[in-house]
Design a protein around this ligand. Structure first.
Ligand code: CO
Length: 212
């Protein structure tokens, strides 16, 4: 285990490494915040947002919560989303789930999880929407993996339902929403290749918020 004290030594080493090639590294970092990407992922310690993408400081705006949910009444994720779209003008929004997600696993067990109930309800609702497909998968591990994927697609759809996304996309052609799964067994990022434009079109009848 890395000790608490070692974290500060690590930090000093990191500063030395960052400034060895460019002594103004932190001066430049402090001057501007203009990332092209918003990443919404799981809080799971094994899924490190910047590291798996090979991105450095300043390149990705990050929000993480249990099971990478984009809940309409979660002021936290909605603030992140609106700020990223309206003020940072991000070009891409990524929802990244991961196999072996504890949050998704908990949602698959029909039992009282206390304070987690309302949070997990969002995932249980995803299961209900896709019950026929999921119940047809006999292997429990595969069913679990599929729910992880379907949950990502649902959260992407939740982003596409927002006025901020719809208005920005209508006016600028950005941001585009992507759904990923991080395969914890191999380290690979899997692009689920969601059809962003098709989802945007499909939800219009009910969720079009571009008119006032
Ligand atoms: Co997780």
């Amino acid at each position: 285990m890395t000790t608490y004290e070692e974290i500060f030594q690590n930090n000093q080493a990191w500063i030395a490494q960052k400034t060895s090639n460019n002594k103004d590294f932190f001066k430049e970092l402090a001057a501007d915040h203009n990332p092209d990407y918003l990443y919404i992922g799981c809080s799971d310690s094994r899924v490190t947002a910047e590291e798996v993408m090979g991105l450095g400081p300043g390149e990705v705006f990050v929000h993480r919560n249990v099971a990478n949910l984009v809940n309409n009444v979660d002021l936290n994720v909605m603030s992140v989303l609106n700020y990223a779209i309206k003020h940072l003008n991000v070009k891409h929004i990524i929802v990244c789930g991961h196999y072996n997600c504890g949050g998704v696993k908990a949602a698959m067990m029909p039992k009282d999880m206390g304070i987690l109930n309302p949070w997990l309800r969002n995932i249980r609702d995803v299961y209900r929407h896709h019950k026929a497909e999921l119940d047809a998968i006999s292997d429990q591990g595969q069913r679990y993996d599929r729910l992880v994927e379907l949950n990502v697609v649902e959260q992407c759809t939740n982003i596409i339902k927002t006025a901020a996304l719809q208005l920005s996309y209508q006016n600028t052609g950005y941001p585009v929403v992507h759904g990923w799964v991080f395969d914890i067994h191999s380290g690979k990022i899997i692009d689920l290749n969601i059809d962003f434009k098709a989802i945007l079109e499909e939800i219009k009848d009910i969720y079009d918020l571009t008119k006032s």
